[in-house]
Design a protein around this ligand. Structure first.
Ligand code: PEP
Ligand code: MG
Length: 597
């Protein structure tokens, strides 16, 4: 009997809970035969190669033209177009033909050789978006290989790796039959093509789980825009999950529970029903201003990791971005770090996506659990500590790279309201050095005659030292942002990434709350704006406590925004303020998170 409640973690790319049966898709590696063909066969082989391309491109264009003219299909339309263009590329077609003509490789081998060559070019690209297109190209080449093997005159099967009834391109008859429990199907695969999302649109599958993928992968982008529960980047999930296994996909948490027992199923069914109801209720609040019952206006901002996330921020009704974690542009890079131009384009994209709403971009917060992989920038393992060379410390130790980021930010500020936020400051010396480097970055742009815009400057309070010496920090900054995740980690001496002490991590610990309360009060007294951007800002159970402590600006994952807004609309700060003061005096605040009145 298999174990129950196996928890598999991945990357959350969308929201919702789905309980269903795994539809496990076998991984289809690109394996081809290699042989040298006789010279006389070259023209026929070239023809076969070309037919493969023509059929694959024709199919893509047909699917694209057949898409309904709906806003929900807009992303997919663009993707299909980009894919057709990848296949139409001369470098791919001519390169493969060259191997057939000159070296007499069979068409499949020739195509794979050219793919390997282009893959190397993709790997060397500076732009992470373009580098990710390598996976798309591999999927497209697999499609050309499939089409190439068809006899002349035979139409290709529908363009998908997913089974769709009679059109199945995957032989589902070889899979064990589905249990008769009518549960929805959850696709489990190594990776999925964006075109497969069409099946989700038609409601054939209720969610998906993939080994590969990232927040920026096309499949994730489409999953978000179609609002499908999905978890990607699960590494070996497709090897661990068998066809027909019972699964719970909790997309918001990036969590999959394999073989849940009855009690867990009940819990998640309850959660699912609550989520559905809450979502329907909350959707109506999108355009409602976040004002408490006693008339206090609250600012709800979004946390984003990539410019593409801004779309979700706007859709949720955020009035700006409160935290853009810029290090995500640097993570997962193997060859080189993004330069000034690439960063400038990413920051500009975020600013433009927010359509005039303010965007707060935090300078790189690298170190601890977020490590660079580029040669020459990787930290030795003994240095990979939350107490080590992290965030602003890393930036100040790498002034060239820091100034590059600052120049990119200053240039992006031409395109809309931009705030620059500095992470993990703990000493006045760091504040002074940071401001000096910012001034140098401006000088460098002036010397190059490059236009730059005005910026507001913010300090993150995420180390107790910063909270305790805020008075000295404040004159140098326009605003403060409380990073409650790290403030809890450093106040409680609990490594937030370590499972063994996870039970001790509590951002509502009385000591942390005291620091938060003092920071809010001091900022108010000095007339500086203060936001909280740690995870508790997006937890609706904590909204009233934070309001009671005087917080008026929250920054969170866009998926949480309407749930928090709902709590704000129910609140009366006149009642919450004295209650929050009482909570501060408790030994255990967890038990008292909801006010009685
Ligand atoms: C925090 O520490 O609360 C924060 C928002 O920053 P991060 O989670 O990126 O460390
Ligand atoms: Mg932090």
């Amino acid at each position: 009997m298999s174990a129950h409640n196996i928890r598999l973690a991945g990357i959350a790319v969308s929201r919702g809970i789905v309980i269903g049966r795994a539809l496990a898709l076998a991984r289809a590696p690109l394996q081809v035969e290699h042989h040298i063909i006789p010279g006389a066969q070259v023209p026929a082989e070239l023809e076969r190669l070309q037919r493969g391309f023509d059929l694959a491109i024709g199919e893509l264009r047909r699917v694209q033209q057949g898409l309904a003219d709906e806003a929900a299909y807009a992303d997919l339309h663009t993707l299909l177009d980009a894919h057709a263009m990848l296949l139409e590329d001369e470098a791919l077609q001519q390169g493969a033909a060259h191997y057939v003509r000159e070296r007499h490789y069979n068409a499949e081998w020739a195509l794979m050789e050219q793919l390997a060559e282009l893959s190397r070019d993709f790997d060397a690209m500076d732009d992470s978006y373009l580098r990710e297109r390598k996976a798309d190209l591999e999927q497209l080449v697999a499609r050309v290989l499939q089409c190439m093997r068809l006899a002349p005159g035979v139409a290709p099967p529908p363009m998908t790796v997913l089974p769709s009834g009679a059109d199945a391109s995957l032989d589902v008859t070889s899979l064990p039959p589905r249990p008769r429990d009518a549960l929805p199907q959850i696709v489990v695969a190594h990776d999925l093509a964006p075109a497969d999302m069409l099946h989700f649109r038609r409601g054939m599958f209720a969610g998906f789980v993939t080994d590969a993928g990232s927040k920026a992968s096309h499949t994730a982008i489409v999953a978000r825009s179609l609002d499908i529960p999905a978890v990607v980047g699960m590494k070996d999930a497709s090897a661990r999950i068998a066809h027909n296994d019972l699964l719970i996909v909790h997309a918001d948490a990036g969590l999959v529970i394999l073989n849940p027992d009855e009690a867990t199923l009940q819990t998640y069914r309850g959660l699912q029903a609550q989520m559905l109801q809450a979502r329907q209720r909350q959707q109506r609040l999108r355009y409602t201003p976040a004002i408490t019952r006693d008339g206090c206006q609250i600012e709800l901002l979004a946390n984003v990791e990539l410019p593409a996330d801004c779309e979700a921020a706007v859709a949720a009704g955020a009035v700006g971005v409160g935290l853009f974690r810029s290090e995500f542009l640097f993570l997962g890079r193997h060859d080189s770090l993004p330069g000034e131009e690439e960063q400038y384009r990413a920051y500009r994209a975020a600013i433009q996506a927010m359509q005039g709403l303010p965007v707060t971009i935090r300078t790189i917060d690298i170190g601890a659990d977020k490590l660079l992989e580029v040669c020459g920038h990787a930290l030795p393992s003994q240095e990979q500590s939350a107490l080590g060379l992290r965030a602003i410390r890393w930036s100040l130790a790498n002034p060239e790279l820091f100034r590059t980021q600052l120049r990119a930010l200053l240039r992006a500020a031409v395109h809309g309201p931009l705030n620059i936020l500095f992470p993990m400051l703990s000493q006045m010396g760091e504040v002074r050095q940071t401001l000096e480097l910012l001034e140098q970055a401006r000088e460098e742009l002036r010397a190059r005659n490059v236009e730059f815009g005005p910026v507001r400057l913010g300090a993150m309070v995420e180390v107790p030292a910063a909270a305790l010496m805020l008075r000295q920090f404040l004159p140098h900054f326009d605003f403060i942002s409380i990073g409650s995740n790290d403030l809890a980690q450093y106040t409680l001496a609990v490594d937030r990434a370590q499972a063994s002490v996870a039970h001790l991590f509590d951002a509502t610990h009385p000591a942390v709350l005291h620091l938060i309360a003092n920071v809010i009060a001091q900022c108010k007294a000095e007339g500086k704006s203060v936001c909280l951007c740690g995870e508790i800002a997006g937890d609706p159970h904590i909204t009233h406590l934070l309001l009671g402590l005087g917080l008026q600006s929250f920054s969170m994952n866009p998926a949480q925004l309407l749930a928090v807004k709902e709590r704000i609309l129910q609140a009366d700060t006149g009642v919450l303020a004295p209650w929050a003061q009482q909570v501060l005096e408790l030994e255990d605040t967890q038990a008292a998170l909801e006010p009685s009145g």
